[in-house]
Design a protein around this ligand. Structure first.
Ligand code: G6P
Length: 604
């Protein structure tokens, strides 16, 4: 997702801005740009695609001496990923970069247009710079104009603005999206949306709080809170080691990625889960014309996300769904019918088996869609349409945040298709969207729960196997929980539909068989409870995950009370991820690089 950098000083500003953006690259983006003010003149460079394109454009640019500058990597939300829509955005003599969404941009734009302002891009961001220049006309100082601009904006923003009228100053504001200012002993000043962009350059950072705004120049940093009261920066020492900084204090990338899920899910939903509808700017509605079936195809964790989708699509969009494991589909001589939309799901976009099935579907003349985390990957290039999951780079081999964002996208897509097919009432859709928007909060790791799971994990290091059980979408979640555990603990684990245990697997039940039972309150509670009782009667050791304690269980991981089963789904997902992580840590395994596994499997 979008990244911001800024700089005030005498060093090679081009290298600093591009280097900072490079460090933010892992968040994903589709265009980038920088604006540098040097000797009273602006130089602007923008490019679509990877940073290398921007580097190429700036290769003859060598500013000397003091400069100020801002830079941005953009993940398109309002307007397609074109050069015109890339930041920085220009007014007459000022430039702005912005992360987030300006919710009242449409009305502000209309108002400015009636005053004769011409807009060049389709972005919401562009209103900031025009509004600032409009207010400059009346204001006594540039800062006053900026302050008024910030007070007029609604929504989420981290923004930097520079103007020719004050060539040593960067104006900043933060509400809802992260932003920090950093400095070093030479008096240089840096801005960034994440400290990874300034590590190695700056020694201290101050992290802005929501509502903060102000300006910085060679003369100092001036910060004001949301009530306009001046406040002092709280400088904190910055980590100097890039690698451990990337882990941001977590023991493993997997742990960091579990904790990151709240932020990345906000990114996944951004601009898509609106109040009344699901918006996917990247696909055309016509993709679903003449479609009577959706066939999902994937491997590993992505296959589990596909299984979740099968429940959600049939329930909400009332459309026939089939789910295939890619390595199986390849050789089963499948019937690929022209009224089927073929959807591949893949974190990497490179998994050989899934890629091959996408080629098969294309050759059979089917419409295709890729749900993928990596832009420009082979699947993205090949499919007719793509929805990116926006999870950012996932380093842990055991997938966590990629799965969370896949399920969120699939849930949104099921509602999108439901609306197209008129299978969902307006109120029901609004209710689903409201629930969706709570998910970033739901997956925030609760310290109490993590501590509890850490303690509990010591009881689950042996035994002859684990069964993870659940019903409905909690069955694929059980499969995913079992996969996580085997991937990093090397213990035998299986996922099962709770109601299916009696048809064979229950024969294994004894105290050394550990059952992790997913017991949501809002979906098939009684049915699942009966299945757990059957296991408890056979003396299996049972750990229940749910919001209501179950007296016949041995252990209990308590989730918060929720009103919707998908909220329970996402909180249980976090609990299962943490359980695998803590068991693996106790067993002394390499959590991030488990034996025999690869992050991206590009062989058949
Ligand atoms: C490998 C990874 C899994 C992943 C699977 C599919 O096995 O270790 O974590 O789920 O590939 O990968 P994809 O990139 O297609 O989602």
């Amino acid at each position: 997702m979008c990244g911001i950098v800024g700089y005030i000083g005498e060093k090679d500003i081009k290298q600093i801005l591009l280097g900072g953006l490079k460090e933010l690259e892992y968040r994903g983006y589709d265009s980038a740009g920088i604006a540098v003010l040097n000797n009273g003149e602006f130089s602007i460079f923008k490019a679509v695609g990877k940073l290398i394109n921007l580097e190429e454009k700036t290769k003859d640019f060598h500013p000397q001496g003091f400069s100020i500058g801002i830079g941005h990597t953009r993940w398109a939300t309002h307007g397609k990923p074109t050069e015109l829509n890339a930041h920085p955005h220009v007014g007459k003599k000022s430039y702005v970069v912005h992360n987030g969404i300006i919710e009242n941009y449409a009305e502000l734009k209309k108002e400015l247009e009636t005053k004769g302002v011409e807009f060049l891009s389709q972005t919401d961001t562009e209103v900031i710079v025009h509004l600032f220049e409009d207010l400059q006309k009346e204001a006594k100082t540039n800062f006053e104009a900026f302050e008024k601009t910030v007070q007029t904006l609604h929504g989420a923003y981290a923004t930097l603005l520079v103007t020719k009228e004050e060539p040593d100053t960067v104006f900043f504001a933060k509400e809802g999206s992260p932003l920090l200012i950093a400095k070093n002993e030479n008096g240089e000043i840096y801005f960034a949306s994440s400290d990874t962009a300034v590590i190695g350059e700056a020694s201290q950072a101050h992290y802005f709080e929501d509502g903060d705004y102000g300006y910085a120049s060679k003369d100092g940093v001036f910060i004001f809170d949301k009530d306009g009261k001046p406040k002092q920066p709280k400088w904190q020492k910055l980590e100097q080691n890039k690698l451990s900084a990337q882990k941001e204090g977590y023991r493993f990338f997997m742990e960091k990625e579990i904790y990151e899920q709240s932020d990345v899910l906000s990114d996944t939903l951004l601009g898509r889960a609106t109040e009344n509808e699901v918006v996917f700017e990247e696909i055309d509605k016509e993709l679903f014309d003449g479609i009577n079936e959706i066939k999902f195809c994937a491997c590993g964790t992505s296959y589990h996300a596909a299984l979740c989708a099968s429940y959600l699509f049939e329930r909400y969009a009332k459309i026939r769904v089939s789910v295939e494991i890619a390595s199986e589909l390849r050789y089963k001589e499948p019937l690929l019918m022209p009224d089927t939309l073929f959807v591949v799901i893949s974190q990497s976009g490179e998994t050989a088996d899934t890629l091959e099935t996408l080629k098969m579907a294309k050759n059979a003349g089917l419409k295709t869609l890729a749900i993928c985390n990596v832009d420009n990957s082979s699947m993205v290039r090949l499919a007719d349409a793509t929805i990116l999951t926006r999870a950012g780079i996932e380093k842990g081999v055991a997938s966590t945040k990629a799965f969370a964002t896949q399920v969120a996208v699939l849930w949104m897509l099921s509602l999108y298709v439901a609306k197209l097919r008129n299978t969902i009432e307006k109120d029901a859709l609004q209710n689903q969207l409201r629930t969706l928007r709570t998910i970033p909060q739901v997956v925030k790791v609760d310290d109490g729960m993590h501590e509890r799971i850490k303690r509990l994990s010591k009881r689950y290091l042996h035994g002859h196997g684990f069964f993870f059980i659940g019903r409905d979408v909690f069955f694929p979640l059980a499969l995913e929980g079992a996969l996580k555990l085997k991937e990093i603990s090397y213990l035998h684990a299986e996922g099962y539909p709770a109601g299916e245990m009696k048809h064979g697997p229950i024969a294994l039940a004894d105290p050394e068989l550990f059952t992790i039972a997913l017991l949501p309150k809002n979906l098939l509670f009684e049915k699942t409870r009966s299945n757990i009782e059957e296991l408890s009667a056979r003396d299996s050791t049972i750990c229940v995950v749910g919001s209501e304690e179950f007296e016949k269980g041995d252990d209990f991981i308590k989730t918060k009370p929720h009103r919707h089963y998908m909220q329970e789904f996402f909180e249980m997902m976090v609990a299962l991820q943490l359980l695998s992580l803590e068991i693996s840590v106790r067993l002394g395994n390499d959590v991030d690089m488990p034996r025999n596994l690869a992050k991206s499997v590009t062989v058949e």
